[in-house]
Ligand binder design. Structure first.
Ligand code: ADP
Length: 481
């Protein structure tokens, strides 16, 4: 056999093999239930499989070829709001040739049906490469998860009540004015009291996490002056949580700020749209950690200030610090640093996960810097709004508060709130959006649920906030002068 023949036989064999592989690949693509799209560098669909056509409501894969993938894969948030291209993380990932993965979106079919999907985008590699997008229907998975969440939520709720009662009675037994016990009994009951408090916190955290996972906890954004709001919440939380532990606490003193950015301005009035309950939870978790992980004699410093297009909050402590290995994991659900010091301190590993979820729900970002054995700073950055926008949002809230309560009033109020808060979010500085992790969708402000009870609660919230802000802006103004 000549060398030529050998060569050509080899080439033919290779050709047969690649032809066979192409057939196999096509068979796989045609038979799987996941939708697959291959998109070129200009965002045009080069290949689609039958599942992709089915899920998007097209008659056949060929109907999708050559179209912009964004017109084929129309994404919605869980609340049914359309995602404009500039807030679409999939578009962002495709434009930047970056990986993307999410379970937070619905796919809107041509027939108008919304299907919850898990979606991923992977660049195929190489220069000017294609992007491979896969997506699958997760309606059943979500239903199962929701059942589990419901179970955990009910169980922790039921268990929290008897634990609170045990904690209460142990407190009475330890209180010299309500019970007389000897030293040894006091020692045992003190241990039991601490353990019951730990258990109570664990159930509370589980409840909070199930609410987060359930996505039922909706964001109610209201305008707030952040320096005074954070100062009030942080001071109250420190007083409530430190329980006499000898730690010094200061707010926004400017000295030893832990912030290394020259743009940071302390003691200025700065504004943001926030959910006050979420902000309270965030600060409570960060401050309770600072207290827990800082030995007596240490210091805790909290501040809120403008940082370019964001409002930057920091909670700084002089405590045990976190090693670089652990620093990358601490925001994960149930993650606890395991060393001889932390083992003695109770915890569930849920606090920082809750902080991260709550911050991202408001369109913000959270991170930590720490030096082991010296201390830590946790930063929460939220999109800032201008003073004019703050006043405008307050006016909208005032109009809501002045409206009559009742089903007839509900729809226009919902619309007014939705429009106002959406504008605030859309007009929020672009820098803040870009800084948020891609996986976290841009915040979608919610119109409050418009049943009369909720509307009444909203009015009350506004009235409280307005009086708080009147008081605190007076304090802030005088401290600036
Ligand atoms: P936990 O209930 O264990 O405190 P968190 O999610 O709040 O859970 O925190 C996760 C871990 O991060 C903690 O176990 C702790 O080791 C570490 N950590 C959090 N805050 C601090 C802090 N201010 N100083 C030192 N370590 C901290």
């Amino acid at each position: 056999m000549s060398l030529f023949q050998k060569k050509s036989q080899g080439a033919a064999a290779r050709h047969d093999l690649s032809a066979e592989q192409a057939v196999l690949a096509e068979t796989v693509l045609n038979s799987i239930h996941d939708g697959v799209l291959i998109v070129d560098g200009n965002g045009l669909v080069k290949l689609a499989n039958p599942a992709a056509a089915r899920m998007t409501g097209n008659n056949s894969p060929s109907d999708m070829l050559g179209l912009s993938f964004l017109s084929v894969l129309r994404l919605q948030t869980g609340e049914g709001a359309a995602l404009p291209d500039n807030q679409n993380p999939l578009a962002h990932a495709a434009a930047n040739n970056a990986n993307f993965e999410s379970r937070d979106f619905y796919l809107l079919s041509l027939q108008g049906e919304g299907i919850p999907i898990a979606i991923s985008l992977v660049p195929s590699g190489g220069r000017n490469s294609d992007r491979i997008i896969t997506f699958r229907n997760i309606a059943q998975e979500l239903a199962k998860e929701s059942e589990q969440t419901e179970f955990i939520s009910t169980a922790s709720h039921e268990m929290r009540t008897p634990v609170a009662s045990i904690e209460g009675y142990l407190g009475l037994a330890l209180n010299p004015s309500t019970a007389t016990i000897d030293g040894r009994a006091r020692q045992y009951l003190t241990e039991a009291h601490a353990a019951s408090q730990h258990l109570g916190k664990l159930f509370q955290d589980l409840l909070d996490v199930t609410k987060l996972d359930d996505k039922r906890a909706k964001v109610h954004l209201v305008p707030a002056e952040m320096v005074s709001t954070v100062r009030d919440i942080a001071t109250k939380q420190f007083n409530a949580l430190s329980e006499g532990k000898k730690l010094s606490f200061s707010f926004g003193s400017g000295a030893d700020s832990g912030a290394d950015n020259d743009d940071v301005q302390v003691d200025q009035l700065v504004y943001a749209m926030v959910d006050l309950d979420f902000l309270q939870e965030i600060l409570a978790n960060l401050i309770s950690n600072a207290i827990k992980y800082t030995p007596e004699g240490g210091a805790i410093w909290v501040a809120a200030r403008g940082d370019g297009d964001n409002v930057l909050i920091n909670v700084t402590d002089t405590g045990m610090g976190i090693s670089p290995d652990n620093l990358t994991h601490i925001f994960q659900k149930f993650y606890r640093v395991d060393n001889s010091q932390t083992r003695e301190i109770g915890g569930t590993g849920l606090g920082l996960y809750i902080v991260k979820e709550r911050t991202e729900a408001m369109g913000g970002r959270v991170w930590a810097e720490s030096t082991f054995s010296e201390g830590s700073t946790f930063y929460v950055s939220l999109p800032r709004i201008s003073e004019e926008e703050y006043n405008r949002q307050n006016l909208v809230l005032k109009n809501v508060a002045a409206m009559p309560i009742g089903p007839a009033a509900a729809a226009p109020v919902a619309n007014a709130m939705a429009t106002a808060t959406m504008q605030a979010v859309n007009e929020a500085p672009v820098v803040a959006q870009a800084a948020a992790p891609v996986a976290a969708p841009a915040p979608v402000a919610q119109a409050p649920d418009m049943d009369p009870e909720k509307l009444a609660a909203l009015k009350q919230q506004f009235a409280q906030q307005a009086s708080q802000q009147n008081q605190s802006s007076q304090i802030s103004t005088s401290s600036v002068q």
